[in-house]
Ligand binder design. Structure first.
Ligand SMILES: NC(=O)c1ccc[n+]([C@@H]2O[C@H](COP(=O)([O-])OP(=O)(O)OC[C@H]3O[C@@H](n4cnc5c(N)ncnc54)[C@H](OP(=O)(O)O)[C@@H]3O)[C@@H](O)[C@H]2O)c1
Length: 114
């Protein structure tokens, strides 16, 4: 079974992607977000809920990034990773809050999974 990994699948574009890929019969979808309730709603409203594994975790932490990947079987074939999870409010660079910007960068740092 091939897997598609979609971060931030509890809302918006991520939910749409989870629904799309989980409707394809030979794919399993792994998704995450910090809040469990929106993720459960994504799975509940999907065409094939049984194809979806949800993990409530914070990708901004090393522990959360490991937790996200834990459900993957050791020999899993990962066909696609969509790094969709993000935070951030549009603003001029001069007005950016540095702490918020750093948090934004951590949420997108999937490449730092050891
Ligand atoms: N909508 C647009 O017009 C637009 C335009 C250009 C680009 N984009 C990009 O498209 C992507 C999705 O946009 P969207 O509008 O669908 O946004 P959204 O509804 O806010 O979805 C972002 C998702 O990321 C999750 N998330 C945020 N921080 C996380 C973290 N630290 N760990 C795990 N999950 C986290 C959120 O869930 P939790 O809060 O539960 O963690 C949320 O479900 C984003 O990357 C955005 O920048 C969107």
């Amino acid at each position: 079974m091939a897997w598609v990994l979609i971060t931030g699948g509890g809302t918006g574009i991520g939910r749409g992607l989870v629904h799309h890929f989980s409707s394809i019969s030979d794919l399993s979808v792994l998704t995450c977000g910090r809040r469990a309730a929106p993720l459960a709603e994504t799975r509940r409203t999907a065409p094939r809920p049984e194809a979806i594994t949800i993990v409530a975790c914070d990708l901004g932490t090393a522990e959360g990034r490991h937790r996200f990947l834990e459900p993957l079987p050791p020999e899993a074939s990962v066909r696609l990773l969509v790094q969709n999870a993000a935070i951030g409010d549009p603003a001029a660079v001069a007005e950016l809050d540095l702490k918020h910007f750093e948090e934004l960068c951590r949420a997108g740092a999937l490449c730092s999974v050891e």
